[in-house]
Design a binder for this molecule. Structure first.
Ligand code: OGA
Ligand code: MN
Length: 290
């Protein structure tokens, strides 16, 4: 099989064919995927029916696994046996669709805010690899926003204003926005906030990118109201349609994105319908200097 990478949008999303992600990737295929990730930011692989072990094994080729919020909720009953795979299905442990008002839906609805996975952790997330298992008809698409293109398009004045600013990222800010958290105080204490520059350079491409999203709640040295309005203004600019790619799911699609230079969000769907996806994510690995 010859791997083929074809642009879906000029600079942001590409489709990868001629590869079976269930098999161990050759080093050559791995480096082609990494290069494509550096150039684009979102890759789409159609028709890849991965089981959880294959999904995790593919992900581990790109770095150590990030477990997202699992760190804070280890005591919850898990449906999946592979601890590297994050369950994003609106079902109970027996596989029945949850009542719409179930508190687990709060976490899934929080994914409908623009965000970067695990930006609230140190290290934060690098690549997320999301498998669509069972998608509803109508709604439930996933959107991505190119934070490099968004940065490039900012005015010089705004670029200068944010150049050295540091934002606070907190895992439960999105829950607060939804009217409360379904997490215990102990779980919340286990994930204190972290601080990242608002603008950073992506090592693989050398391009500057915004690093924002729903997990940001403060900016160091700026009063809260002013900071929140600046974050809001940046988010508005960074998610204009020209920077956004929308993915319409088919079962067994696999999407891969770089959380350091993209934001993403799920779109609303009928909460009474099954929507099942599974995600594996890698951590940012700092380059060994010297
Ligand atoms: C995720 C996520 C959005 C969606 O998997 O990290 O945010 O559409 N998913 O389910
Ligand atoms: Mn996400």
């Amino acid at each position: 099989m010859v791997m083929n990478i074809e642009a879906v949008t000029p600079d942001f999303a590409a489709s990868v064919t001629g590869v079976d992600l269930r098999q161990t990737l050759s080093d050559d295929s791995l480096s082609q995927i990494k290069q494509a990730m550096a150039r684009y930011g979102v890759l789409i692989f159609r028709d890849q029916p991965l089981n959880d072990d294959q999904h995790a094994a593919f992900t581990r080729r790109f770095g150590p696994i990030d477990k997202g919020l699992l760190l804070g909720s280890q005591k919850r009953k898990r449906r999946l046996s592979n601890a590297d795979v994050i369950d994003l299905a609106n079902v109970d442990p027996e596989g029945n669709v949850l009542p719409a008002e179930n508190s687990r839906n709060v976490s899934l609805i929080a994914n409908q805010f623009w965000h970067s996975d695990s930006s609230f952790k140190d290290p934060p997330a690098k690549y997320s690899i999301l498998c669509g298992i069972d998608l509803p008809e109508g709604g439930g698409e996933t959107e991505f926003a190119d934070q490099r293109a968004a940065y490039d398009a900012l005015s010089d004045a705004l670029k200068a204003r944010i150049e050295n600013l540091i934002a606070e990222h907190w895992a439960f800010h999105s829950r607060a926005m939804l009217g409360g958290s379904n997490h215990t105080a102990e779980e919340m204490d286990a994930l204190p906030s972290v601080h990242w520059p608002l603008v950073h350079t992506i090592p693989e491409s050398g391009r500057k990118s915004l690093f924002i999203g729903i997990h940001t709640r403060e900016i160091a040295g700026i009063p809260t109201a002013e900071a929140r309005m600046l974050l809001h203004e940046l988010l508005e600019q960074a998610t204009q349609r020209q920077f956004v790619h929308r993915h319409n799911w088919q079962n067994h699609d696999v999407l891969m994105w770089d959380n350091q230079c993209t934001l993403h969000r799920g779109r609303p769907y009928d909460l009474n319908k099954l929507r099942a996806l599974r995600r594996c994510t890698t951590e940012v690995v700092l380059e060994n200097v010297g």
